[in-house]
Design a protein. Structure first.
Length: 456
């Protein structure tokens, strides 16, 4: 069964073609493969292929399971899946450990996914455990989504980048930094999530990278938390990295504002920008924006001339700044550590539980989110980063995250996202101690850089 915090199927997103498309209404599962990009995109693909030259045949096969074969099967199940099934079974031959697990997953996924959801999830957990026992850094997640057309089996694949230990008040918790390996258009709605104590927390580098772009824009000084965030980052990043981010933050903001303006007209223009690349658009996309801007006219154009000009100017400035990729890697690593604090607090609550008296006040999910937010906001190295991320991602979104922030506002945290107190980290620690009996001391291992291909 699809958990509320699980990824939702992105409706009408044709990631296989352009980064921006006309809006359509059907929900489909597709592969996100770039269809154009010329020499620049080819260069990026070559860079990705180079590390694979040192991989063994077995390692390449394991990678293929997660990047190609399982996603292909899930997609094919909406039509004729015989070819995808045959390819997967053929690849499983000769592996006595994975064969029985994989074959059973295929049978259940094809015959009765709605009836056997728990069995499918458990089998994919067994697949992952088998690989981990071999020392293979892969995770296969399976689930079933229920749509108007029926039950749909789907998978998500991850590569484990780092397996770390975070301590909460002296107690160790596991945290794994992972990257999404498949190219389907299922998108996580979280930066990290906390599993059982053995599996620990999983921090999704792809979503971290996207959220880091919003942190970057906040360094233009326009957000209520911009000044304390800048001060915190000045202690965490090198002067060179921080300088590159601060100087370019207004440019990044102008790029975001222009695309946001375009998307606000989606209901009448029937056009939307689905992705804003970190370092701006390449020349093919810019030409398309420019052409649409030249057609500006009427009350609801797809792209206004001034929007096209802003996108062109910002993209050129960002692509000419060679210092940005490294600076963004450092910023993303800093944000990943902040997310680890939040998820490690969840792990600690899983271990010891919550005060019984509080369970009468709110749903357990709201209480857990509230405590994790307090622990994050109070962290001496990562507090303001956590505040900025919460305000940009959770506030006003509904659900337990938003409810937790609303409750904490009433408990003394104040207007967190409109006018945060300069003493907010101290206040957060005090509120946690008052409500939950103790404040948290969370120690996160250093993470100097998070490797991301920002050009894509």
């Amino acid at each position: 069964m699809l958990n509320p915090d699980e990824a939702e199927l992105i409706a009408a997103e044709r990631r296989a073609a352009f980064r921006f498309v006309a809006f359509v209404g059907a929900a489909v599962l597709i592969l996100g493969v770039a269809m154009f990009g010329g020499v620049d995109r080819l260069t990026r693909l070559i860079r990705y292929e180079l590390p694979r030259l040192s991989m063994t045949e077995e390692q390449l096969q394991t990678e293929r399971f997660h990047t190609e074969l399982w996603p292909n099967l899930a997609i094919a199940l909406s039509g004729d899946a015989r070819e995808a099934k045959a390819a997967l079974l053929s690849a499983l031959e000769g592996d006595p450990e994975l064969w029985p697990i994989g074959a059973e997953i295929i049978d259940l996924a094809m015959d009765a996914p709605a009836r056997d959801v728990e069995a499918l999830v458990a089998l994919c957990d067994r697949w992952t455990e088998t690989l981990h026992n071999r020392g293979e850094p892969w995770i296969l997640e399976c689930n079933v989504m229920f749509t108007r057309s029926g039950a749909m089996f789907y998978t998500k694949s991850y590569e484990v980048l780092s397996d770390l230990t975070v301590t909460v008040s002296g107690e160790p918790s596991r945290a794994r930094l992972i990257r999404r390996a498949d190219r389907t258009n299922l998108v996580e709605q979280y930066l990290g999530h906390s599993g059982d104590l053995e599996r620990g927390a999983m921090i999704v580098s792809d979503r971290i990278a996207e959220s880091a772009l919003e942190l970057w824009a906040s360094l233009d000084g326009a957000d209520p938390w911009s000044a304390p965030l800048h001060a915190e980052l000045s202690r965490a990043l090198s002067p060179e990295d921080l300088d590159a981010l601060v100087k370019s933050a207004p440019v990044r903001r102008s790029l975001q504002d222009a695309t946001d303006s375009i998307n606000q007209r989606r209901p009448c223009s029937n056009f939307a920008v689905n992705r804003v690349p970190a370092l701006g658009y390449d020349r093919y996309d810019l030409e398309a924006f420019e052409q649409r801007g030249l057609r500006d006219g009427g009350a609801c154009p797809e792209v206004r001339r001034e929007e096209a000009t802003a996108i062109l100017t910002a993209s050129r400035a960002l692509r000419d700044d060679d210092a940005l990729p490294q600076a963004l890697n450092a910023l993303a690593a800093h944000l990943a550590r902040a997310v680890m604090v939040h998820e490690a607090r969840h792990q600690a609550d899983e271990r010891v539980g919550l005060p019984e008296a509080l369970l009468n006040l709110h749903y357990e999910a709201v209480l857990k989110e509230a405590r994790s937010y307090l622990a994050s906001f109070a962290h001496p190295e990562l507090g303001w980063t956590s505040v900025a991320q919460a305000c940009q991602g959770a506030a006003g979104s509904g659900g337990p995250h938003d409810a937790a922030l609303g409750w904490l506002r009433d408990e003394g945290l104040g207007e967190l996202c409109q006018s945060p107190s300069a003493e907010l980290p101290v206040i957060a620690g005090r509120i946690e101690a008052e409500l939950f009996g103790a404040s948290s001391t969370v120690v996160v291992p250093p993470l100097a850089s998070l490797r991301v291909e920002w050009e894509e």
